[in-house]
Ligand binder design. Structure first.
Ligand SMILES: [Zn+2]
Length: 329
C-alpha cells in the first residue's frame, strides 16, 4: 500500500472510530447540581420509563430513568418526556408487574446480601468484580483474558463491576483504561454501586460493621457514588452490592427505597464456592484477591472448548435478573 492510500484509509478509520465513540460513550456530567431522588412515570413513545433521579448540569435538567422491562438505565433531558411525578410507593405499585419490581420484591424477601443467582437454565455465569478501595492497581488480567477467550463468540463481553467512590478517586488511569476497553467494544460494563466509602472495621462485629456501622449516612453512600459515576462518564445501573455482603432487613428496605436492587453472590471464588449454571460469580478486581482471579482464569481455560461452541457464556447481569422475573410472580 502506498503512503497516500494508507493515509486515506487511516483517516477513514479515525472518523469511524470517532463516530462510534460518539454513539456509545456516556457523557461526563461535571457540574451536577441538585442531585436527588425523584420518582414517577415518564413516557416517550413507545416506551414507558420509571424515573429514579433528577439533577441539573450546566443549565439543563436531566432524569435518570430505568426501563422496567429490561432493567436498562439511561440519562436524558427532562423536556423529552411526558411525566407524572409519584412517591416511590406509588411508582412501585404502578410498575408492579414488571421484571424490575419483581426483582426488588424478591430482594426484599432475602435477609442477606440480595439476589444471588440468575436463571439456572443458562449455561454460563454472570461475572461481577468488586472495586473496593485499594492501593493496588486494577487486576487487568480479568479483562484481557475474558476478551481473548470470548472474542470469537461474544462481542462485547458483558461484565458487571461494583465500584466505590473512593476507588474512582484513587484510580483515574485504571478507570480510563476500562472505559477505553468499553469504547472499543471489547467489554460491556454494567456499573454496580458499591457505596462511596466502603468503611470496614477489623474489630467490630458484623452487625455493626460495613454499612451497619452506627452513624453511616446511606443517603451519602448511595447518591455520592452515583454522582461520582456520572462525573466520570459511567452510567449507574439499578444494582447495588453491599460492602462485605453485609446487611440486615432494615438496610435492605432502606436501599430498595432508592429503587436499587442488592446483588449478592452464590460463588465467591476466593472462598472456594463453586460456580453453577446461572451463578453470579464474585471476584475482586482491585488487586487484593489474586487467588480469586486465578481461579476465574482457570475456570475460563477449562471452559475454552464449550466457549468456542457457545455452550458456556458470560451473561449480562441485567438480562439474567430480568429473565428470571419475566414470567414469575
Ligand atoms: Zn467490597
Amino acid at each position: 500500500m502506498d503512503n497516500k492510500a494508507f493515509k486515506y484509509l487511516f483517516s477513514l478509520f479515525l472518523i469511524s472510530t470517532c463516530l462510534h465513540q460518539l454513539a456509545t460513550a456516556q457523557a461526563n456530567y461535571r457540574k451536577i447540581e441538585n442531585y436527588k431522588p425523584f420518582y414517577g412515570w415518564a413516557h416517550h413513545f413507545p416506551q414507558d420509563w420509571m424515573i429514579l433521579r433528577q439533577f441539573e448540569n450546566e443549565g439543563k435538567e436531566y432524569y435518570m430513568l430505568v426501563n422496567p422491562q429490561t432493567l436498562e438505565t439511561k440519562i436524558n433531558e427532562r423536556s423529552f418526556y411526558q411525566v407524572k411525578q409519584m412517591s416511590i410507593t406509588q411508582a412501585r405499585v404502578f410498575f408492579k408487574s414488571t421484571p424490575y419490581q419483581k426483582a426488588l420484591r424478591k430482594a426484599e424477601k432475602q435477609s442477606d446480601a440480595g439476589i444471588e443467582s440468575g436463571i439456572p437454565k443458562e449455561t454460563g455465569i454472570s461475572l461481577t468484580a468488586d472495586l473496593c478501595p485499594s492501593h493496588r492497581p486494577l487486576d487487568k488480567r480479568i479483562f484481557t483474558d475474558i476478551f481473548t477467550e470470548f472474542q470469537k463468540v461474544e462481542h462485547p463481553v458483558p461484565v458487571a463491576l461494583s465500584v466505590t467512590g473512593v476507588w474512582m478517586r484513587q484510580h483515574p488511569q485504571d478507570l480510563e483504561w476500562l472505559k477505553q476497553m468499553q469504547a472499543k467494544r471489547e467489554i460491556y460494563i454494567t456499573w454496580i454501586n458499591h457505596s462511596f466509602n466502603h468503611r470496614v472495621s477489623l474489630k467490630a462485629p458484623l452487625k455493626e460493621n460495613f454499612l451497619l456501622e452506627p452513624g453511616t449516612d446511606m443517603n451519602y453512600e448511595i447518591l455520592e457514588t452515583e454522582k461520582a459515576m456520572l462525573k466520570n462518564g459511567l452510567l449507574p445501573s439499578v444494582f447495588f452490592r453491599f460492602p462485605g455482603l453485609v446487611s440486615d432487613q432494615q438496610l435492605i428496605y432502606k436501599l430498595t427505597g432508592y429503587g436499587l436492587i442488592p446483588i449478592g453472590t452464590d460463588a465467591w471464588l476466593a472462598k472456594g464456592q463453586q460456580p453453577q449454571a446461572g451463578s453470579i460469580v464474585l471476584i475482586h478486581g482491585n488487586g487484593n484477591e489474586p487467588t480469586g482471579v486465578n481461579d476465574f482464569i482457570k475456570l475460563l481455560k477449562s471452559k475454552a472448548g464449550s466457549i468456542a461452541q457457545k455452550q458456556w457464556l458470560l451473561y449480562d447481569l441485567r438480562e439474567s435478573v430480568e429473565e428470571e422475573f419475566e414470567s414469575s410472580n
